[in-house]
Design a protein around this ligand. Structure first.
Ligand code: HEC
Length: 216
C-alpha cells in the first residue's frame, strides 16, 4: 500500500516517458534540426553582387541627414556646413604676418627658427627640399633645376647658394615659403611649418656651405 502511494507521487512529479512520447520528441527534434539546417542555405548568399536579406534596415538607412544630402534645417539648404569663421584646425599655428614687404621684414626680425641644425633635422630638410625646391632651384641650389633646364618652366630660378641668400634672415625665408615670391608660388599648405623650418636649416647650413665655394 505504502509502496503504491510512493509510486503515485512519483508519477505526478516525474512523469515517465511513454514510448509514444519518446517517438514524438524525436520526431520534433528531427523537424527542428531540418528547419535550422535549411536556414544555412539562405544565410550565405552565393551571389556576391547581392547584399542578401536586410534583417535590420534601420541600421543601413540612417535617419540622420547624409553629409552631402540637401537639408531644410540650414538656411543654405546643405547638410555639410563650413567651419565657423575663425576656426583654427588642431595643431595649426596661424601665420600672423601680412603678405607685404613690411610683413616680410617683421617676420625676419621676429621669427626664430625653432629647430636645431642636428643630423635628423637637416636630413628632413634635405628630404623636403629635394621634393619641393630642387626641381626649379636644382639639387645643389644653383638654379639649374630640371623644370627650368628642360624648358618647361620659363622663368630662371635664382641660385640659392649665394652670400645674399645666406644672409636673408630665417624668418624672411619662412615668409617667402608661405607666400611665394613674385612668380614663385606659395608653399603654405604644401609643406608643414616644422618642415619649412628644416628646409631653411638645410639651405643655410648644408646646401649653401657645401656649394658656395664651388658656385659660379
Ligand atoms: C616652380 C619653380 C620653383 C620652385 C618649385 C621653387 N622656386 Fe623658389 N623661386 C623660383 C623663381 C622663378 C624665383 C624668382 C622669383 C622672384 O623673382 O622673386 C624663386 C625665388 C626664390 C627665392 C629668392 C627670393 C628672393 O627674394 O630673392 C628663394 C629664397 C626661394 N625661391 C626658395 C625656394 C624654396 C625654399 C623652395 C622650395 C620650398 C622653392 N623656392 C621652390 C622658382 C621656384
Amino acid at each position: 500500500m505504502i509502496k503504491n502511494r510512493s509510486l503515485q507521487i512519483k508519477n505526478i512529479f516525474l512523469p515517465t516517458f511513454t514510448m509514444r512520447m519518446k517517438k514524438k520528441l524525436i520526431q520534433n527534434l528531427v523537424i527542428s534540426l531540418i528547419i535550422v539546417l535549411s536556414q544555412f542555405q539562405f544565410s550565405c548568399e552565393t551571389d556576391r553582387n547581392s547584399r542578401g536579406y536586410e534583417y535590420f534596415p534601420e541600421m543601413v538607412y540612417s535617419k540622420a541627414y547624409e553629409t552631402y544630402a540637401p537639408n531644410p534645417v540650414f538656411p543654405d539648404g546643405k547638410t555639410a556646413q563650413p567651419p565657423v569663421k575663425g576656426t583654427i584646425p588642431a595643431n595649426m599655428v596661424p601665420y600672423q604676418y601680412p603678405n607685404t614687404p613690411e610683413g616680410m621684414r617683421l617676420a625676419g626680425l621676429e621669427l626664430i627658427n625653432p629647430f636645431e641644425p642636428n643630423k635628423e633635422n637637416l636630413a628632413r630638410g634635405k628630404f623636403e627640399y629635394d621634393i619641393f625646391c630642387a626641381n626649379c632651384h636644382g639639387f645643389d641650389g644653383r638654379g639649374d633645376g630640371n623644370l627650368y633646364a628642360n624648358g618647361t618652366y620659363p622663368s630662371e630660378p635664382p641660385s640659392l647658394i649665394t652670400e645674399e641668400i645666406l644672409n636673408i634672415p630665417a624668418g624672411e625665408l619662412f615668409h617667402i615659403m608661405i607666400f611665394g615670391s613674385a612668380i614663385m608660388g606659395p608653399f603654405a599648405s604644401l609643406i608643414r611649418s616644422e618642415d619649412k623650418w628644416k628646409v631653411i636649416l638645410y639651405m643655410k647650413q648644408e646646401l649653401s656651405r657645401k656649394n658656395l665655394n664651388t658656385a659660379q
